[in-house]
Design a protein around this ligand. Sequence first.
Ligand SMILES: *Cc1c(COP(=O)(O)O)cnc(C)c1O
Length: 322
Amino acid sequence: MSGSVPIDRSTTWPYEDGEPGVFSYARFSSPTVAEAERALGELDGGEALLFASGAAASAAVVLALLSPGQTVALAEGAYYGTGVLFAELERWGVRHVEFDQTGPPPVEADLVWIEAPSNPFLTMPDFEAATALSAPVVCDSTAATPLHVKPLERGCDVALHSATKGLAGHDDALVGALVVGDPDTAARLREFRSRTGPIAAPDVAWLLLRGLQTLEVRVARQTESANAIAEQLRAHPAVAIVRHPGFGPLMSFDVTDADAARRVETSTRLIANKTSLGGVTSRLEARSRWEGERVPAGLLRLSVGLEDPQELWDDLAQALAG
Ligand SMILES: *Cc1c(COP(=O)(O)O)cnc(C)c1O
């Protein structure tokens, strides 16, 4: 991978012989954004487009590819914010129905939306079943990163990332991405982004590029530590169920009730009590504060960072004992 590239914060570039060149106005594209798109596209096996956030990328897919009266089939237990976004878009005539992504999507779907793995239930989709219909398939592979799941290789049409999470990796860049195989679909999404304006900023693209340079070592370390911690949690008497797909930093586990969850999340010292995932530092939170009764009251979501895994376990063990 390349070394450090300059940040070009220009919003305009001179025409060449009276005609717009590759870069003309920053709402369409800009050099630092284009360089980050090249790097991510290479990693995920398609054409990448950066957005101001993962949610902006999700909204763009629905608004650019669907019309009023059409239906999205959304994996149940997928990222809470995605369901909330789709509820918001219902006013514009786009419906959504939920389905169990470990089986086939409903046949009436005009767009199938799966998550690999789902956040915070950590189920994996049945890729074969999801891609068997003629409807296009979006796979949110935020928690996996391209190191563990490449949706386009699995037959999906669009890979979606909240690059805010593991790809940028340091909790200092809000950024989303779509990676697309079909050039016409990519062109349509690019046109939609240019017209509506949710492109990522150059500084954020630069932070993403820097994050990508260490992605492989970060994810390998997080996977190793998360596997060890999941195993220790499974053997712990205060823990009812542990969900982890065997790769990546994200897992969830249940303690008896909301009070127990509150006690554990506020008792850790090394592990921060905050949201998000895929960062270099570990964090833990009860998801019911955001998702209400959609999740068990005692469900705690843990994202494992790069700290010493023994120190992480000692911290969790003392919090679970408290
Ligand atoms: C965080 C997240 C999103 C939304 O991304 P933002 O960058 O916060 O807008 C979408 N999908 C998943 C799986 C996420 O974890």
